[in-house]
Design a protein around this ligand. Sequence first.
Ligand SMILES: Cc1ncc(COP(=O)(O)O)c(C=O)c1O
Length: 391
Amino acid sequence: MTSATKSFTKQAAAKKNVTKIVARRAVLAMPEYHPPLAGRDALRLDFNENTLAASPKVIERLKQTTAEGLTKYPEREGVEKIAAAHFGLQPEQVVLTNGVDEAIHLLCAAFLEEEDEALIQTPTFFMYEVSAGMMTARVKKVQADTSLEFPYERFLAGMTPRTKLIMVASPNNPTGAVVSREHLLGICAAAPQAVVMVDEAYFHFFGETVMEDVERVPNLIVARTFSKAYGLANLRIGMLAGNAELMKYVRKVSSPYNVNGVALDCLPVALADDAYVQWYAEQVHAGRVRMMDGLRELGVDFFPSHANFVLLKIGAKHAELVTAMRAHGVLLRDRSADPGCDGYVRITIGVDEHVTRGLAALKASLTEIGWRPSEGLAVQTETDKGGREYE
Ligand SMILES: Cc1ncc(COP(=O)(O)O)c(C=O)c1O
């Protein structure tokens, strides 16, 4: 058989290999998340990761991974004890997960019936909508107004007796806006029938937490990731902390080996190296101030951020800017498709040197695309749709 005939036969077989099976209605209806991951061989200011490296102590621990070690199924329990002790909690109050992505998925699987409502704000981290949409068609989204601050009053108004899961990121992605402790506890009190997950993925760049409130607020669950300040995004490890009864349900729906053993080996070392995380957070704090000063000089308007990124108002040339930056070896994330974010682009704040490179590339790229500050300011009026209630 010639190679042309072989290829034809394969195509014919593929055509025959059709199926009438379709996924659940909820799967057909849920949105898809396609992060633009291809070709990230550049300065990564697009995904809010640590831009440098994990703690050298973690790297040392990684080197101790043995061939025999890889043959074993991972054991999560011992490391959950260590993590719980680190946060002043009981082991029953903690579940380690395959990143916060999986934690969100587990919460939706554990708590959302088809007829229940999930409540989120928009814009926010897209995986809330993806995972909740897998369980229920009733995902209520409360749109922020043009300030992009958390719409507290309208959020409360969006609750109904059917609200079963509420997910709030503070600091929020992609805005960097935060929700006060008073408002987070207000949400918990207003919806005692709902699980309230506060996503503190960017905690280290803000400094405020509701972790201590987990002890006395029965419906509060706090999510933490080790993908950001700790620089372990590739190991996929995150954590949920909350009421032991709720954690029992989460444990029940999670696979027993959801977190790989290499990540489990590294986590205690990462948690113990507080000096490293503090150092990284300080780099980001200083870099954020420098970035915001630089943006002011360039005439780029932005949202004041409490996280390791800043959302810039670019206007019609948002995609052109992302392309120009890539040519300078710097990746940015175009957030224009997010609700209420038309014309917005997000830049990650990393270590000092990376902020310098990011700012230099930004300056050169804005000049190259012929961008003027008036284009960014025009964004405000174009997107001023006045905060829709929910969709
Ligand atoms: C608010 C928020 N939560 C969770 C995540 C994902 O965390 P992980 O890497 O632990 O899955 C992100 C990632 O960007 C995020 O922005």
